[in-house]
Design a protein around this ligand. Structure first.
Ligand SMILES: Cc1ncc(COP(=O)(O)O)c(C=O)c1O
Length: 485
């Protein structure tokens, strides 16, 4: 955990902090306080961190110390900062906030918010019948203690069969059931990565994976993805692997979050070969693999090129089915699964039997559910693209061939300012820098197409309105002529 943030670090995170909407043009101290609140709300500034001394921040931002003093006072008044004389000021949140599903902090009373911060669908209609059928099955398990550190056999069989059908022969003892993909990643990292170990990740990448890596104090190297359809640059990616030789590579080749990119088969093969040659274990996150759109053909699973048990695949029920199930999995070698189980008993012992049974019933009818999901997502994606083309034509967007998000390149480094402004008109956004490490990616915004069409169109309308406000804020309202004659 970071316990103190220095002036230059906070200045980097704050980026364009003064770019606030013209209508609500506020004094600098209020804009600064608002920007710090924005960083806290989207998790880029952790709770309990000591902020820089006022003089240090004033120097880093090249503003007067009185402005920083006034901003800190406002943050104290709003419950975002606690200060003790002589000891400094720590970030906190008012008691009226809670953490949202995406890790963002939200006020308790904002039920009407259009939430484009979460990239996940509501449950399918098949969920309730599956839950009822699972309850009927439960008696078969009630005579045992209920602990299954690698998961109940029926679910491991169903998951293994799905890998086998994708061309990756898999036996149930190569599968470990977890409480979601995020849990799977955490467990794999516990085993594969000593604190401070080197990891290669894509940039942008999934923020909660970056959080899991930060918790391991990983030394992170990034591979920058192009915003256009190509995504990965093969030579650069493999060159970085050879040069840095990280302990672990964490990649999302199947409809990458947030860009939606799909890694071609040839690069998968070269990636696995290079990782093996340099001693890197690959953790391949397949969260979105079930969601190709427009009949897009999937390349073979990345692990199908693995001859040396260097590739661990993780996936789960959250994206094709429902996040509330909290069922994910790890596919690895059978001995590695046993090692993971040993690590797991020190954490959470086992996943709930009832939820695993629900997953079994959902996987039974997966083809129908997934087909309906894909059709729904394609319609919603096209509606989102249409609304963006109509209302924000300057933004550059590549049409994703799968997954649930698109990655928009904005017409300026305004992502955080836009997210703060959108919040005020009832739209929650996850700004670009949340998907990176160092406060960059301000020119980008992730937009999920998981909400109904009407909500997406409404959200884009509101975003467009505040976008044009940002422009007005940047322009002086009236220029005094230099000579009056
Ligand atoms: C790439 C990626 N990995 C993992 C997760 C977490 O999934 P789960 O709900 O299965 O823990 C998500 C959720 O958005 C994701 O996008």
């Amino acid at each position: 955990m970071v316990s103190q943030v220095r002036g230059v670090q906070l200045a980097r995170l704050l980026g364009q902090w003064h770019a606030l909407p013209g209508r609500r043009r506020s004094p600098d101290y209020a804009a600064l306080a608002g920007a710090v609140r924005g960083l806290l709300a989207d998790g880029r500034l952790p709770l309990g961190v000591r902020l820089p001394a006022e003089r240090d921040l004033a120097e880093a931002l090249r503003i007067s110390r009185t402005t920083v003093t006034a901003a800190y006072r406002e943050l104290r008044d709003s419950g975002h900062l606690a200060s003790r004389r002589g000891a400094g000021s720590w970030t906190m949140l008012p008691g009226t906030h809670r953490v949202a599903p995406n890790g963002l902090w939200i006020p308790l009373d904002d039920r009407d918010m259009l939430d484009l911060g979460v990239a996940a669908l509501a449950a399918p209609p098949e969920l309730l019948p599956a839950a009822r059928a699972a309850a009927e099955d439960l008696p078969r398990y009630l005579n045992g203690a209920g602990y299954h550190p690698i998961g109940i056999i029926e679910l491991r069989e169903a998951i293994a069969q799905r890998y086998t059908e994708r061309g990756l022969p898999t036996s149930p003892d190569q599968i470990m059931v977890t409480n979601g993909t995020q849990h799977a990643l955490d467990l794999v990292l516990r085993l594969a990565l000593a604190p401070g170990g080197g990891v290669l990740v894509e940039s942008p990448s999934y923020p909660n994976a970056l959080a899991a890596l930060a918790a391991r104090r990983a030394r992170i190297t990034t591979h920058g993805l192009a915003a256009d359809a190509d995504g990965w640059d093969a030579d650069l990616l493999l060159g970085t692997l050879r040069q840095v030789r990280p302990r672990v590579g964490y990649l999302i080749p199947d409809f990458q979050n947030p860009t939606g990119h799909l890694m071609p088969a040839e690069l998968r093969e070269r990636l696995v070969a290079t990782a093996h040659a340099v001693g890197t274990d690959l953790v391949i996150d397949e969260s979105f693999v079930d969601l190709p759109l427009d009949g897009t053909d999937l390349p073979p699973p990345t692990a199908s090129f693995d001859r040396h048990s260097r590739v661990v695949s993780i996936g789960g029920m959250s994206k094709p089915f429902w996040g509330g199930l909290r069922i994910g999995w790890i596919r690895s070698s059978a001995p590695q699964v046993q090692r993971l189980a040993a690590a797991r008993v020190g954490v959470d012992m086992s996943s709930p039997v009832l939820d695993q049974l629900v997953a079994v019933h959902l996987l039974d009818v997966a083809p129908a559910i997934v087909a309906a999901r894909r059709a729904q997502l394609a319609v919603q994606r096209d509606a989102l693209l249409g609304a963006l083309a109509a209302r924000l034509p300057e933004w550059r967007v590549t049409r994703p061939r799968g997954g649930v998000t698109l990655w928009a390149e904005l017409d300026g480094p305004i992502s955080s300012a836009l997210a703060r402004a959108a919040e005020e008109v009832g739209v929650r956004l996850a700004p670009g820098p949340r998907f990176g490490l160092d406060g960059t990616l301000e020119r980008f915004l992730r937009l999920p197409f998981t909400l109904p069409v009407a909500d997406l169109v409404e959200a884009v309308g509101r975003i467009a309105a505040v976008r044009y406000d940002l422009d007005r804020a940047g322009q002086p309202r009236w220029r005094e002529p230099s000579v009056i004659a």
